[in-house]
Design a protein around this ligand. Structure first.
Ligand code: ZN
Ligand code: ZN
Length: 187
């Protein structure tokens, strides 16, 4: 069974890093700054980076004995919805990326699983899986517009911020109120 699927990476794809000009000599370095459009579905259910938004890559590619170590930051806008009040959430997210990509047929390539260590395809690195992991791990599963967001009144759906402090739907019809008092005396 072949260990590698045939190279399918497009060197011009925004998140494919080309290492052809990085000497395969441990310690060789190259910096890479690039603005690329965000791929679709970069996020979780309620929050994520909008597809096509500008992602700023600020990366360092370093040759190590068995491959290339990619490290640095990726910054992009995040948009989502508050899980309590549905207000729009909008901020800039910076994630750290650090991932080793083994040369094809290196000892690392042969002795590790692909989910432990990334793989190079010829001179190309697909940054997208590592970027996705970094972004998804950083995003909140239950995003809030602010930490103490009080949410919405479950009765009328108005934000508690916009309601008076004594807002309540507990007023019972006076006729029912006396009835419930009757019930209480019977017990
Ligand atoms: Zn909120
Ligand atoms: Zn209400």
């Amino acid at each position: 069974m072949p260990k590698h699927s045939p190279s399918s990476l497009n060197p011009r794809a925004p998140l494919v890093l080309d290492t052809r000009d990085l000497p395969r000599r441990p310690g060789a370095l190259r910096t890479l700054r690039r603005v690329v459009p965000a791929p679709v579905d970069l996020g979780v259910e309620l929050i994520g980076v909008p597809a096509g938004a500008n992602l700023n890559l600020d990366l360092r590619l370093e040759s190590v004995s068995e491959g290339v170590l990619v490290s640095g930051t990726v910054t992009g806008p995040v948009q989502g919805e508050c899980g309590r009040c549905l207000r729009t959430i909008d901020y800039s997210l910076t994630v750290n990326v650090q991932e080793l990509y083994a040369y094809e047929n290196s000892t690392t390539d042969i002795t590790t699983d692909e989910d432990e260590v990334g793989r190079m395809q010829d001179d190309l690195i697909d940054l997208e899986p590592a970027l996705r992991d970094a972004v998804v791990l950083t995003l909140p599963t239950n995003p809030l517009c602010r930490e103490d967001c009080p949410g919405l009144c479950p009765e009328c759906g108005v934000h508690w911020d916009d309601l008076p402090a004594d807002h309540s739907h507990q007023q019972i019809d006076p006729r029912w109120a006396s009835l419930s008092q009757l019930n209480r005396t019977e017990e």
